[in-house]
Ligand binder design. Structure first.
Ligand SMILES: Cc1cc2nc3c(=O)[nH]c(=O)nc-3n(C[C@H](O)[C@H](O)[C@H](O)COP(=O)(O)OP(=O)(O)OC[C@H]3O[C@@H](n4cnc5c(N)ncnc54)[C@H](O)[C@@H]3O)c2cc1C
Ligand code: FES
Length: 270
């Protein structure tokens, strides 16, 4: 079941929190409209800072969580890594700053009650939408004992949200390329071992392109359904400029818009 995906709306929201959680990673929180309570994990928003002219183009970020408030408005969380001009300025914004928020956009993951083992695979900042996904799988009735989360990164500082996944009741496996935490090597190695399980039914993944290709290959070789969320550079974020086109096998012209047809795709079409 793909969650009903709401019409996107644009609003100015007030930053409630913006904390550094590790190295160059931050988590921001802002009050948002109640239509985000209907957002599907894997959908994204685009952001601007209304008081700044640069950058001209809005920047896309996955929805990390939507927290239902007992009173007042729900809150949206975004987990981000500082990589350039916009994210640098965003990291300096304090509570009370204004943000121009447009969303939810794109197509999310298919969330359902899984009865058989499921893997969630995160590479670096790719963990951002997968926290929301794990929460939604739990809400859909999936037994968290059946969910294994593989979190990979270059080093210990790139391993995020491990405690969240553990608290949710999933099995969390860490892999780092430099061996500073967990398994020493690529996250696809422990995933490959997991995929030997004949009962395995689904893999969800988000991370660097190379990791997604390797995850798709493992899924195909074991006949396991697989959905991946991919990142591209984006301009409009609304399906009108072709700025985010990727080659796929399910459209007659051979290309899909990541912002509108994705960012979540069945790995088989990539
Ligand atoms: C659907 C989607 C969801 C995303 N979700 C998140 C998220 O949850 N958290 C997060 O931190 N980032 C996320 N990103 C990436 C984020 O949009 C970029 O990091 C951000 O736009 C960088 O803006 P900037 O001005 O700071 O850096 P820029 O100066 O624009 O870029 C800095 C460097 O990063 C590279 N870069 C920028 N965007 C991308 C991209 N999409 N893919 C690969 N390289 C890129 C640029 O080529 C450049 O080398 C997402 C992107 C997409 C398309
Ligand atoms: S970013 Fe413009 S079509 Fe996707």
């Amino acid at each position: 079941m793909v969650k009903k995906q709401n019409q996107a709306a644009r609003e100015t929201v007030i930053l409630a929190g913006n904390e550094r959680i590790s190295d160059s990673y931050f988590r921001l929180t802002a009050d948002c409209d109640s239509h985000y309570l209907e957002a599907a994990a894997g959908q994204f928003v685009t952001l601007r800072m209304p008081d700044q002219k640069e950058p001209l183009l809005r920047r896309p970020f996955s929805i990390h969580q939507v927290l239902a408030a007992e009173t007042g408005k729900p809150q949206i969380e975004i987990l981000y890594r500082v990589v350039g001009g916009f994210t640098e300025r965003l990291s300096q914004a304090g509570p009370g700053s204004l943000l121009d928020l447009l969303g939810p956009l794109g197509r999310g993951f298919s969330v359902k009650h899984h009865h058989q083992p499921v893997a969630i695979v995160a590479g670096g900042i790719g963990v951002a939408p997968l926290v929301f996904l794990a929460s939604q799988l739990k809400d859909a009735g999936t037994d968290m004992d059946q969910v294994s989360v593989f979190i990979g990164g270059r080093s210990e500082n790139d391993i995020l949200c491990q405690n969240f996944f553990k608290k949710l009741g999933t099995r969390a496996v860490v892999a780092t390329e430099d061996g500073s935490a967990g398994y020493h090597g690529l996250v696809t190695a422990p995933l490959e071992k997991w995929a030997q399980n004949k009962e395995a039914s689904m893999i969800y993944a988000c991370g660097p392109h190379g990791m997604l290709t390797a995850v798709g290959k493992i899924a195909r070789s074991k006949n396991i359904a697989c959905e991946v969320s991919i990142e591209t550079l984006m301009a409009c974020g609304l399906g009108v400029c072709m700025g985010c086109a990727v080659k796929t096998q399910d459209k007659t012209q051979g290309y899909s818009h990541v912002c509108k047809d994705g960012p979540v795709f069945d790995a088989a079409v990539l």
